[in-house]
Design a protein around this ligand. Structure first.
Ligand SMILES: [Ca+2]
Ligand SMILES: [Ca+2]
Ligand SMILES: [Ca+2]
Length: 266
């Protein structure tokens, strides 16, 4: 009922302003396509927005966006901690009307072979999708889009025009914020992720350095082997579906029918 009310408001707003945009339920699905014993992912942090929030560039130091130190840089909160603690506020500050969200794995992290979905109410005038997710085990590796207008999910008429985003091994970034040190890495037995030392590098594509963690035991118990993926390996997919709501349509029809019945009786 709550979802129905929200949807109705969205439709009414869209009609009253003459805009074509409406609020629709969008199912976002995450899939870890990497083989067993290779990389896992922290929960996916994302926003549907107008394509202006930009938290990093290739070959530039991660943007601070008002935060005091590199460890607090919005994309670094994703890359080093998987949390998005500063990424979401920075996104909201840049784009107050963006629709922000998270999809976790079934038990938190998204382990090799796992998939999960969640549904969000999205204003289709938020045409662009921007995301980030920490790649683990690592100190500061992640996937995400450097160009906030790279992924146009809705066209100007509110139609879903992008079914999925595929990420390959070669698209994994090193945030350049934390040195590669297994003792300070996330997702490792014996790693203390809260520990860090500044790396003072720009954000660059890098997945080959994940071999620093080969042979080490991960938190869920498997022994990590980065050699199971190459730059061409599919590692992650994000998919979008506008959820059909037959129950909603039926409810509307039922309500209308009931009103008609009452009128007839009156
Ligand atoms: Ca950028
Ligand atoms: Ca690094
Ligand atoms: Ca760390």
């Amino acid at each position: 009922m709550k979802k129905l009310a929200f949807l109705s408001v969205g439709v009414i707003v869209g009609l009253s302003t003459g805009a074509s945009a409406v609020v629709v339920p969008v199912q976002v699905t995450v899939e870890n396509l990497a083989p067993a014993n290779s990389i896992s992912f922290a929960p996916l942090r994302f926003g549907f927005g107008n394509g202006t929030f930009d938290s990093f560039d290739n070959n530039a130091v991660a943007f601070l966006l008002g935060f005091p130190t590199i460890a607090d840089a919005p994309i670094v909160t994703i890359a080093e901690g998987g949390s998005g603690a500063n990424w979401f506020p920075a996104f909201q500050a840049a784009e107050p009307n963006a629709n922000l969200g998270t999809v976790t794995g079934p038990g938190g992290p998204i382990l090799p072979g796992q998939t999960n979905s969640a549904t969000f109410m999205i204003d289709t005038s938020n045409r662009f999708f921007t995301f980030g997710s920490m790649v683990v085990p690592s100190n500061d590796h992640f996937i995400g889009n450097a160009n906030p207008q790279q992924y146009e999910v809705f066209d100007g008429s509110g139609n879903l025009v992008l079914a999925s985003i595929l990420q390959r091994g070669s698209q994994i970034w090193d945030a350049g914020s934390e040195t590669q040190n297994p003792a300070n890495a996330a997702f490792l037995v014996g790693g203390v992720n809260d520990q860090r030392e500044n790396e003072n590098n720009p954000v660059t594509f890098n997945f080959s350095n994940l071999n620093a963690f080969n042979g080490l035991q991960t938190a869920p118990g498997y022994i990590f082997d980065s050699g199971l993926i190459t730059g061409n390996s599919d590692v992650f997919r994000i998919s979008f579906t506008v959820v059909p709501e037959p129950a909603t349509a039926g409810l509307f029809a039922g309500t209308a029918g009931l009103l008609a019945l009452r009128r007839r009786r009156a």
